[in-house]
Design a protein. Sequence first.
Lengths: 456, 456, 542, 542
Amino acid sequence: MGHYVPHTEPELAEMLAFVGLSSLDELFDTIPEALRLAAGPRPRAGGAERHLDLADGLSEPDTRHELARLAGRNAACGPDLVCFAGGGAYDHEIPTAVTSVAFRSEYVTAYTPYQPEVAQGVLQALFEYQTMVSRITGLAVANASLYDGATACVEAANLVVAAKRRPTIWLSQGLNPRWRETMSTFAVGTGHELVTVDLVDGRTAWPDAAGSGEPAALFVAQPNYLGGLEDVAEARRVADAHGALLVVAFDPVAAGLLHTPGSLGADVVVGEGQPLGTPLSLGGPYLGLFATTLELVRRLPGRLVGETVDAEGTRAYVTTLRTREQDIRRERASSNVCTNQTLIAVVAALQMAWLGTTGLRELAVRCARATRHTRETILAIEGVEPLADVATLREFAVRLPVEPATVIDRMAEEGFLAGIALEEEYGERGLLVAATERRTRAEIDAYAAALEKVVR
Amino acid sequence: MGHYVPHTEPELAEMLAFVGLSSLDELFDTIPEALRLAAGPRPRAGGAERHLDLADGLSEPDTRHELARLAGRNAACGPDLVCFAGGGAYDHEIPTAVTSVAFRSEYVTAYTPYQPEVAQGVLQALFEYQTMVSRITGLAVANASLYDGATACVEAANLVVAAKRRPTIWLSQGLNPRWRETMSTFAVGTGHELVTVDLVDGRTAWPDAAGSGEPAALFVAQPNYLGGLEDVAEARRVADAHGALLVVAFDPVAAGLLHTPGSLGADVVVGEGQPLGTPLSLGGPYLGLFATTLELVRRLPGRLVGETVDAEGTRAYVTTLRTREQDIRRERASSNVCTNQTLIAVVAALQMAWLGTTGLRELAVRCARATRHTRETILAIEGVEPLADVATLREFAVRLPVEPATVIDRMAEEGFLAGIALEEEYGERGLLVAATERRTRAEIDAYAAALEKVVR
Amino acid sequence: MTDVTTDSEVANGASGARGAKPGGRATSIPLMGHDEEPTIFELSSPGRRAWSFRTQDLPEWSAEELVPADQLAPAPVVLAEVSERDLVAHYTRLSHRQYAVDLGAYPLGSCTMKYNPKVCDEAASLPGLADVHPAAPAHLTQGWLELLVALGEGLCEVTGMHDITLQPPAGAAGELTGLLLMRAWHEAQGRQRTKVIIPDSAHGTNPASVTLGGYETVTVKSDERGCVSLAALQEVLDEDVAGIMLTNPNTLGLFEEEIAEIAAAVHEVGGLLYYDGANLNAILGVTRPGDMGFDIVHMNLHKTFAVPHGGGGPGAGPVAVSPRLAPYLPGPKPVRGADGVYGWAQPERSIGRVHGWHGNALALARAYAYLIANGGDGLRSIAEAAVLNANWIRHALRGSYDIPFDRPCMHECVVSATTLKKTKGVKALDVAKRLLEEGFHSPTVYFPLIVDEALMIEPTETESPQTVAALAEALVRIADGASPADAEAPRVNAVRRVDEARAARQLVPTFDARQEATPSPSPSPPSGAEQGAEELKAVGSI
Amino acid sequence: MTDVTTDSEVANGASGARGAKPGGRATSIPLMGHDEEPTIFELSSPGRRAWSFRTQDLPEWSAEELVPADQLAPAPVVLAEVSERDLVAHYTRLSHRQYAVDLGAYPLGSCTMKYNPKVCDEAASLPGLADVHPAAPAHLTQGWLELLVALGEGLCEVTGMHDITLQPPAGAAGELTGLLLMRAWHEAQGRQRTKVIIPDSAHGTNPASVTLGGYETVTVKSDERGCVSLAALQEVLDEDVAGIMLTNPNTLGLFEEEIAEIAAAVHEVGGLLYYDGANLNAILGVTRPGDMGFDIVHMNLHKTFAVPHGGGGPGAGPVAVSPRLAPYLPGPKPVRGADGVYGWAQPERSIGRVHGWHGNALALARAYAYLIANGGDGLRSIAEAAVLNANWIRHALRGSYDIPFDRPCMHECVVSATTLKKTKGVKALDVAKRLLEEGFHSPTVYFPLIVDEALMIEPTETESPQTVAALAEALVRIADGASPADAEAPRVNAVRRVDEARAARQLVPTFDARQEATPSPSPSPPSGAEQGAEELKAVGSI
Ligand SMILES: Cc1ncc(COP(=O)(O)O)c(C=O)c1O
Ligand SMILES: Cc1ncc(COP(=O)(O)O)c(C=O)c1O
């Protein structure tokens, strides 16, 4: 049997006898013969029987070697590359304390807490997570996680359209372009109309009106994709003028310095929770943050944990308002999400607890300092210009004298992940640069020196 | 306050007030002024006050960077060097399953199980460890660990001298020379006389008699330091002839193939448990294995866990025969050992459970195969000769045509840790070579090719 | 004694009583007692901290210098302020209040809670995989791309499909992706289809995804054998049907024997077949959805490929398709170039991306480790043992529980407590709670919906015969001793039965809402009555 | 139901009863019940396996071909045979039956059970440290050598000493090393000394080490202030005295104020002063043994420098010495050459090695991480908070417990249950067991031996004021409510009070001995009566 199947031959025989069978193959007698693959060892070249065309299993050490070989073919941030790339995925400090506790096997190998009596650990951690997300977004309710920032936007779109019964949504061009693309993909099914509102001077220039009817909501990113700080209060005013809801895509690190979107009137806040303790991971698993007002809670997608008591009055936690969910309401559910990103939410809760009030601010300040120093240093390089004249926080966009893709490749040779090449829609030869609290003056200065060489 | 002191300023003030003090310094009023260092920030250059001459604390990420920098200055087995060194420290497979469970924080951050009611985890793991050590040594009782192989020998010496009331011990020259040196160090305190018995043709040539009186015990290593298989039954006969006890230093991996020392009549078995799941670690923490007969149990050094019941008759475990221990018997204790290597014993228990009956044999067989192939391949190199003509298992000694130290250095440049240079006492230009189950034919052949180049 | 206490401690009232205890007291871990664990907020003390950052050596610009005045928050967001010590202790204590696969059996039908080999954890934590930026150019991520391509090929082989997207981060996301592929394909054929057929035994995500895919759900009833009836299917099949979503084995753990005929019938009207891969564990190396005639297949790698569930995620839900659907797959897709160099490519008529980056990559790395460690031979043995365990337990439970469809099952078996309820007043839910007292997680209950008082038991292949026997024995003992007192269960666990109704009625979704414990917001759908009934039904469902 | 059972399961009798349960049943974890956990041997099934080795591609020589016939064991040693799944589950369940610092406070006096920062765990698991062969030549291990040298220098600075050996793997090993240094030094001076003085409050390892060092222990009584009386000391000081072993603060948590005078007196007769560093946590950055006049100092890095205790080890017990003893230190010693290149050197008149390699190196790496993370400033704040916490609790317990030496203490305070025992029949041991019910580990009891019904409480600096208050409150509550029923405690933990006497009487040291449960072997020392008495005293001691 395979590595992870415990049954010994005598046990198999005994069990088969108990169920009245004499071979493992007979277990599959209900499967029509024509559909069945053959059991037993794969026939060497040209055998007649149909088998999976997969190599035989590797031993564990061989498996490890293979994975290590693959890992060795990547340039990782840290030893290989000093990271100045962001665009929704940031190189933040992840303390050992957070990882070692969050990845305890009770959290890792549990299922969705369907039996609350033996799942208080995950439930309480999620309740605390919800509280923290509620606080950093400034809204009363947060769910227990969604897949990532992009799909959180998709869920927000579904929510606002259902709440407003209007199919149109205005999307700031400052919303992450990959998130907008994801929204477009899903809008085909739901029939939403997505209208992009351009950035002007690095900020969203909300129109008085735009095609096809009043919007259900405005979506704005804070900071936006180019790193610019948006005027959320202004967005709220525009939304009000249209009787629309306001959805803010918020960077949780920004919560260390900026007004919470909730305090500025946002109805829904979404975000990418990766900066809260999750490594870059080629983009996943990440964490979709989702918060909203109490008024909209019945439309909340995904799971929600609530406090209650047990039969003896002891404080306890349980998933609640479950009638929103697909397993109960099926085709009328507020969302189809079932498996979410619980473990990443637990990580984020630990990371936020590790940061605390002062740490969250300190984190944001340190990111902002590194970003400002990077910005000032590279703007001093001839031919490097700001892409937009807007206040930034932890990321900024520049126009380069050379193709960004080329710059990124050559900077990699110098030991830097230089940033992200910007989409054409934002203008020519744009590079998006982020510097986190992990970047030191020495690294930034070396980066600037390398960039100067490369763009020359 | 330091990173790991939770007290806030107001809390400190409140607590000080409660104990009737007004400053932290006053806490140390019982310490004579002349002996006190000054509090507060270190005076910059030339300040008058006495402070610790230590840098201020680093942040956690800075600490991590510093440790990573140091780690980066070592050539590690694995990515940097393919390991053919042994000599009591072997490069064995350590499965993730073992490490991840043994290093759960309940095991890592517990103390010695003084309150058995809340320490059944560690106690039962040790009970299982004792059982496994008892089985692989073939003796009825094993303790719950000692520091390492060397100090286990020291404890064995103390035991046999006390049991026999004879101060003399015969040590096979095949016992690890570092272990013999450690025994000599401690023999100065206990007044034992250690008599070394030479190897002839790679095996201990037990004399009919040797200076200064009858020995309390014979110590023989199986396999011995040069990798040779000793005749333990013969050692037993010699011991009997002298009315002496027999102590066998046994490699746990050898238990996969060889007779257990207990089955051949050993009274005490000691050993180095590192091969059971512990990384090379520059030599520590390792694990001293120690087993003996029921007759000698009252002289057992270190802790012993026994099975018992709780007040309701439920099976439970507890440290037992504690009157042997230093905290009770003080100067009359069987040993001074208090803190031992519990966590490493837990690791070893997991590793032995991971191996199981078939795995332990398979491990030994695979080591032996790799060793034989290595031996055959390098003995084919001109000028490389066997140091002794004796059957070996997982390690062997050769005589090189060049200085071993030079060979080791040059082989490191080729990506191999070639082995261990043997002490002069074993003959000239000796190299000790070990190949574990991790070594493949490709690695061994590359090693031989490199060696051929290097000794040419 | 002084009053070194936190605010919240005061709020909690006198300690000594059962309740959340402050500080390093561990009465909340079952080893030490049965108290509540305080929230992290109740452990907070202003000014305390765990955080620590790298020395940057940068100008120490203040918040005011860094942020325009109108953007700067007047005060920082208040979070818990704890030491690393309390942080670690709190979440370690919580972990002792949590059941998990690594502690024991978890026979939760449909969820495939098997043991996840630790070697896969190691794969996911390799810095060379974990510390790679998703926007790094392809030539810097050849290892990742090679892994993704190889995983995709392996999964296509296992399912008998042609091409694949690894982007969907969970099963439901895979379903919706599949439905959008279906839609794109039909549209490319110039067809406007409106309906998707789903059996009444289907998982709730299926109909929910159908709605989001812009289709209408048409439910087809299962027949007396627990399978899709070809006749009933024929009745609803017409030119408006975009496709059918099936899982095979279905949620009763039964193989749809007429699958070839079903496929033919659906294809006949121009519809597509979607395979819900939640139950793939049963057929690894035994039969393949592609060979059965399916056009679109999603996999739950967190079920079949040993990605641990993480308390509810993250998972991964790749979608594999037949050749005609390949051009529509989401992009960018990892591909191997003719020169052996890997890169990203956009399928010709891609529906676009369904994830912000490339899906749950580290979960995919785990699955890849699992795939190569098992290999073709290992995968089949998984199915064999999983199916054997389920049948064994079905046999063992005969006589103690109703077995609505008592014929050879695949990897799970559904039994019912109908008779128990009638004769002893003991419901499926009570059996579930009693099982918690017996040291097992309970099976899935009240699903599939077509079985009354359903208990859906999936032992999985990683449970030994001894464990399966112990589970069966416990279930038999529960049935034998069933009494109204079982409504009191569980009695030996960390908390007693939890008041789910109150949680919904009096919503406390955050620590901050605790004080003001709001009655649940009202007049949004569903209506009160419906709500109550459904909330009740929700208990213990999946 | 069939009989798929292991032998041992049968031996265990009918399941269903309380007892060790087979398979993946988790009633042994307190979350799920209060059963025993079966041993790994009872989970074993012949032929099952977890192991997996690398593909070697070597000739498949058989055991018979590899080993001479007379050496080959007729059959392999029988070990447990389990799946990885059962292996992981079993030891994960056992971990739920274990209290630990990471779960809550552990105020075990003398043991310094403080929180160990997780960053140090990471240090110990870096492959560049963990995967280094101890015999690798110095030029391949420069990082390790640099670390060891820097750690040694830092520890010398902290203790005010001149040079150091890092070899001793624990405190007791450090003690013996120190005594051998003492002996070597005296011998080099041409003196034969025979006695070592130890206060009656000393830890048992001190006298045990003295014996092994070849000396005789002379006990000196503590005075009414709990300290070494200079007068009593003078009485035993003579030319036979090799030295004195002290811990300062002593085991009562009191600072020996006359230490300078003691040092002078001992030096006067040519003796040396040995510092037992178990209590170093109290004086970090505040005062230094070297400045007090000590010649030899051992440190318990597993107490003061946050090496976790691991359930009883491994630790590390470096020994630092004054200049005149440096030439005798064990070797090889890590050294920095003039050229900045590191290497190993043998001290001139080295006593030889005291460890098979270089000591518990990975524990030393943890300690180094802790040292540089705290730095000089951080170390002092550790002492301050540790001492403040202890004094706070001393004040809080006044009125509830006897406080034999009620004056300012250092990092721990010793209280006594003498009055409680007299008035309510509640012993220190009962208080300890009651505290387990309150969610705390108990203090050290019955140590130091000079205090009747001693409870030795060391909160450490990592416990917050809230935790210290909760601990005090629990202790006060226990004293207030003390009653003979406390002899029943603990009642809410995984097991009830454990029968220690039976364990010794009827020795079962292995699973294999279980069946034949041997009455304890007899006629070796100590004699029966002594044994019984001492066994009783042993309960709960350290
Ligand atoms: C039959 C079935 N289909 C679909 C799903 C949905 O998968 P996921 O939870 O990954 O979204 C599940 C999982 O719960 C399931 O059991
Ligand atoms: C005062 C004192 N001295 C010495 C020791 C012995 O140290 P170790 O247990 O590390 O051998 C201890 C530890 O228990 C102690 O508390």
